[in-house]
Structure formats: structure tokens, C-alpha cells
Design a protein around this ligand. Structure first.
Ligand SMILES: [Zn+2]
Ligand SMILES: [Zn+2]
Length: 164
């Protein structure tokens, strides 16, 4: 019984430290990044414990879990409504304030789906650090190069006069 209570207390304390560290950050850290920070305060904590607590906090709505296929999961302690921009080179995430109005899902019908609940806006970008390294230099807003897909689209429109 005593043992159980000790374990319980430790869990709560660990969770509180994880939550506190996450809320200090605006960098949307990965579990690994957070583990490094939390370990400075709780040297005996394991990465598995950090993962479990992050899952619990996200599942209970105390933090946000940002998942995009192909990227490592990131966590956000900021529950104010906001949107995110992700660097397409390094995966860094930053907050977008104020959020743009999300498109309405009303009138969206998808075969096999009983209901469409909501739509989300996410931004892709190139962070300043990656831009300084020359990434995305040819795709800056100030000098758009012809995009093969856009060109295909305009050719497609040419061949369909009703789309002009
Ligand atoms: Zn970047
Ligand atoms: Zn955020």
C-alpha cells in the first residue's frame, strides 16, 4: 500500500515537472527534447516515463499532441486556439497568431464517412535558419520560379476553355 502510494506520488510529481517544462517552451519539443530538459531536474526519469506521461497529458486534454505523418510527434503546452507553421526542411514548428478562420466542414460529404467534424489549417514554411543555409531560396515569396505542377495546371486549363 505504502509502495503503491509512493509510486503514485512519483508519477504525479514527474508529470507535474513534464507539464511545467513543456509550458515554458514555445518550441513544440519532441519527447526526446523534453526528456533532456526534464532529466536535468529528475535525473532518474526514463524516456519511457516521459512518453507515457505525455500520452496521458495529451489524452486528457492538458497538452496538445502535434502529429504529421513523416515527422516526429511534437508537444505543445499552449491550449489557446492557434495554428502551426512547420518548416518543411527541419520540421521546426512555430505558433501562428491570430489563427485564420478554419474552413467550414458543412457541405463536405465523403463516401464511407458518417460525419465530417472539423477542418484544420496548417502552414508549411521555411524557417529563418534553414533559409539562411540556402534552403528554399528559389521558392521565396519574392521570386516564385515556375512550378511544374502549376504549369501543368495552366496547360490543362488552356485545353479546357470553359475553365479559363
Ligand atoms: Zn528549418
Ligand atoms: Zn503551438
Amino acid at each position: 500500500m505504502q509502495q503503491a502510494r509512493t509510486t503514485q506520488t512519483r508519477m504525479t510529481r514527474q508529470r507535474a515537472v513534464i507539464l511545467e517544462e513543456l509550458r515554458k517552451l514555445t518550441s513544440h519539443p519532441t519527447a526526446d527534447e523534453l526528456f533532456t530538459l526534464v532529466r536535468a531536474r529528475l535525473p532518474r526519469i526514463s524516456l519511457g516515463t516521459v512518453y507515457r506521461n505525455l500520452d496521458f497529458l495529451a489524452d486528457t486534454g492538458q497538452i496538445l499532441r502535434l502529429e504529421v505523418s513523416g515527422y516526429t510527434k511534437r508537444y505543445d503546452g499552449n491550449l489557446m486556439p492557434h495554428q502551426h507553421v512547420r518548416c518543411t526542411v527541419c520540421g521546426r514548428v512555430a505558433d501562428v497568431f491570430p489563427p485564420l478562420p478554419a474552413p467550414s466542414p458543412a457541405g463536405v460529404f465523403v463516401p464511407g464517412f458518417a460525419r465530417i467534424l472539423s477542418a484544420r489549417i496548417e502552414f508549411d514554411g521555411i524557417c529563418a535558419e534553414c533559409a539562411a543555409k540556402g534552403h528554399g531560396a528559389s521558392r521565396g515569396a519574392w521570386e516564385w520560379l515556375p512550378d511544374p505542377q502549376a504549369e501543368q495546371a495552366s496547360q490543362f486549363k488552356e485545353s479546357w476553355p470553359c475553365l479559363k
